[in-house]
Ligand binder design. Structure first.
Ligand SMILES: [Zn+2]
Length: 460
């Protein structure tokens, strides 16, 4: 057995135990009361990478700290930049978890905990891969820099400025991120496209206070009603977004992509049934995969205002709000879309209310060419780790750092997803399969080995 596989086999139980320790830290970046926990998660990584001989730094930001760690074992070898995030999504709704989200449990070969798959488990697989190489070979075959942030789930607010200011320590030849998923169980995938995001909030203000709906109702605007009217104008019944100019920069799907997506397509009826939804709905003229991977969206994520407590309360609320996200596809740009969105909302809003907006940030979409550096290396590494050639997929979610790495460092990113689509990322009962954890470790170790230039040979 090759030494990498042997070491991973022998150390497997400890690798799981250590990951569980990382998962026990409730590093929810969105909650201010979890600030200390986020710092603790950063410290955990710092210490672990320090023990592995990396030179580590904790970089303060106005939000949660960023961890960098590098080991330059041979300046003649390429440098691989591995990005991951130690923050996790809020755990709510708690009552839908089978066991507490920050008390990791193994059931049927799956490790259940918030962050198990997104992204602590996947990022930790890379750390265990470098440990494996260091312990079996005495050093790393290539240079490795980790860039680990704690604000991915809140739009990586301070990452871009950090990367801009720390370009020298982040130089590399290729970036690797494992924060997406396989196409299905035992179907490893390389993700070559990501949607971007533009997150905004609409606030509609009516009177200067809540009013008695009997005494005032019918004579003053109701912000909750008005907000619903505005939202109803954002899309038509065919799923087409009504904001003028919204589709202007959309890169249409190429014929080969529509074919490749069709070959990967699952059964819509199965999909519908799994979700328990009465019917699927999306933009007309596109398949489910095309809608999820390559078409832009506009969704209300939350509506608030007025009274929603027990029983009835007869008021005309003073204000109402909605959180909205638009998923963007190449080559839509978040700033332009935000501008178009606000312009349209202002135009359709009646003059008898006041409309304002809150910017919840955004990130650009990405498309990585099939002939990007080290793409073939990644194919081989996944084949080694998973025992099967990967398929090429796109992903509907956003990983804003990918576009930042390209713009600021000129790095192409390889998205090697070790998780599964049903890992319940962002949802109750999040899990990560222990088999995938192990395959991820093997893949990462193999990738780093194959990235090394051998004497007289070009990069494989
Ligand atoms: Zn993530």
């Amino acid at each position: 057995m090759d030494p990498v596989k042997k070491y991973v086999q022998e150390q497997k139980d400890r690798f799981v135990k250590e990951l569980a320790g990382f998962l026990r830290i409730p590093s929810v970046s969105a909650k201010s009361e979890r600030r200390e926990a986020c710092r603790q998660a950063a410290d955990f990584l710092l210490q672990e990478l320090g023990r592995l001989g990396f030179s580590t730094s904790l970089h303060e930001t106005p939000g949660h700290p960023i961890v960098t760690a590098s080991r330059m074992d041979d300046p003649a070898q390429p440098t691989v930049l591995i990005y991951g995030h130690y923050d996790v999504q809020p755990e709510e709704p708690l009552d839908l978890w089978t066991s507490p989200p920050f008390e990791p449990r193994i059931v049927n070969g799956n490790l259940y905990a918030r962050g198990a798959s997104d992204d602590k488990g996947q990022l930790y697989a890379h750390i265990k891969a470098v440990e494996t190489l260091i312990r079996t070979e005495g050093k790393l075959p290539v240079n490795v820099t980790f860039l680990l942030e704690g604000e991915e789930e809140i739009a990586s607010t301070h990452l871009e400025a950090f990367i801009e200011e720390n370009r020298e320590i982040l130089q590399g030849d290729v970036a690797v991120i494992s924060d997406s998923s396989q196409y299905g169980p035992g179907m490893p995938a390389i993700c070559y496209g990501l949607r971007g995001i533009c997150a905004d909030e609409i606030r509609v203000q009516g009177a200067n206070r809540d009013l008695h709906s009997g005494s005032y109702g019918g004579a003053v605007p109701n912000p909750c009603n008005v907000l619903c009217e505005i939202i109803a104008k954002l899309k038509d019944e065919t799923g087409r977004i009504q904001i003028p100019g919204f589709y202007e920069d959309v890169l249409e799907l190429e014929a080969w992509e529509r074919e490749a997506f069709a070959a990967l397509a699952g059964d819509d009826e199965d999909f519908r049934r799994q979700l328990g939804v009465a019917g699927l709905h999306g933009e007309e003229g596109y398949t489910t995969l095309e809608r999820k991977w390559a078409r832009p969206t506009l969704d209300v994520n939350g509506l608030f205002g007025g009274y929603s407590g027990e029983g009835a309360k007869t008021i005309i609320p003073a204000w109402a709000g909605a959180k909205i996200t638009m998923r963007l596809v190449p080559n839509q740009q978040p700033d332009k879309i935000r501008h178009l969105f606000r312009e349209y909302v202002r135009r359709v809003a009646p003059a008898y209310v006041t409309v304002s907006f809150v910017d919840h940030s955004g990130g650009g979409p990405v498309r990585i060419p099939r002939d990007a550096p080290f793409m073939n290396t990644a194919v081989q590494a996944l084949e080694y780790g998973f025992g099967r050639k990967p398929v090429f997929i796109r992903e509907g979610g956003s990983i804003p750092v990918v576009s930042t790495l390209e713009r600021k460092l000129g790095l192409k990113t390889l998205l090697l997803g070790f998780g599964l689509p049903d890992d319940n990322a962002h949802a109750p009962d999040e899990k990560f399969s222990l088999a995938d954890y192990e395959r991820g470790i093997l893949t990462s170790a193999r990738f780093l080995q194959l990235c090394a230039k051998t004497a007289g040979a070009e990069t494989r």
